[in-house]
Design a protein around this ligand. Structure first.
Ligand code: AKG
Length: 279
């Protein structure tokens, strides 16, 4: 059994505020992780889908870690797996990964608005980032759907100027400043953003969620349709699937059993879009 677990206090913090930070958690692996990340970009022409990164628009690789045998092992890392198990249960689902060269700000948003199933994102920033140089900013407690505070924010934060006569960058928040090797994690419902980063701000993410009960499988299939805009045919990349141990497969199995509709949707996206989505 994986012995790594969050403490009751970390769990309470996550439940109340919607995020956690783990300074230095992957310091022992970060050099190789960055090297493998750069190999993926080189294989993709340096930027988005065979183009150079122009420093003006976000370039994206999706799936990201799934394309690399080494990066796929991050899902087996007992520290990351133990964190996900603590929040989501032993049989949590891995929900994919994106790799990014950001350029410019990311406005306030949630990654989902999930009422029943908890979804989390682990984010890995590969350069030192601070409040005004592109670190992740979060609004604590904004993930709690049904809570008056979170619901008011959901109605007002997408236009801070009109709602409160303030700039997006002045919305009260916590700035999760990080160095390479740190890990930050948040509930998908949590409002988050980033401001003032460089023209090649490197980060990638890994998403995980609770296993879906049978009655909510249509919702899981709907979630998976979101991958079609990246022109991917399956829920996971080949390296992730082909090198999966039985333990890793626990976290892949439910999506692999429910992604049969994805290829047709990805084919449609390939026919209709000039390039895969940038995010
Ligand atoms: O670092 C950023 O620009 C924001 C990241 C983000 O919004 C996300 O990964 O969902």
């Amino acid at each position: 059994m994986n012995p790594y677990r969050l403490s009751p206090q970390q769990m309470a913090f996550f439940n109340t505020f919607g995020y956690l930070a783990f300074p230095g958690l992957l310091a022992d692996r970060i050099e190789r992780i960055i090297a493998e990340f750069e190999i993926l970009w080189a294989a993709q022409g340096g930027g988005h889908h065979g183009q150079a990164h122009d420093g003006k628009r976000r370039s994206c690789i999706a799936p990201c870690v799934d394309r690399s045998v080494y990066l796929s092992t991050m899902l087996d890392d007992p520290r990351l797996e133990g964190i996900a198990i603590s929040i989501l249960g032993e049989n949590f689902n891995y929900m994919g990964s994106d790799g990014n060269l950001y350029a410019g700000d990311t406005g306030w948003h949630s990654d989902g608005w999930h009422r029943e199933i908890t979804h989390i994102k682990m984010a890995f920033y590969l350069d030192p980032v601070a409040r005004n140089t592109g670190c992740l900013r979060v609004i604590p407690g904004s993930h709690r759907i049904g809570d008056k505070f979170a619901d008011s924010l959901q109605a007002e934060v997408f236009n801070a100027e009109a709602s409160w006569t303030i700039d997006d960058g002045d919305v009260p928040c916590v700035a999760l400043e990080t160095r390479p090797g740190d890990v930050v994690l948040f509930n998908h419902n949590l409002k988050h953003s980033a401001f003032g980063g460089s023209a090649r701000r490197r980060m990638f993410t890994m998403n995980c969620c609770q296993r879906y009960p049978e009655r909510l499988l249509p919702e899981l299939r709907e979630y998976l349709t979101g991958a079609a805009r990246f022109w991917v045919d399956r829920a996971y990349g080949e390296a992730m699937i082909n090198t999966a141990s039985p333990q890793r497969m626990v976290h892949l199995e439910q999506n692999l059993a429910n992604d049969g509709h994805l290829k047709a949707l990805a084919d449609k996206a390939r026919a209709e879009m000039l390039e895969p989505s940038r995010g």
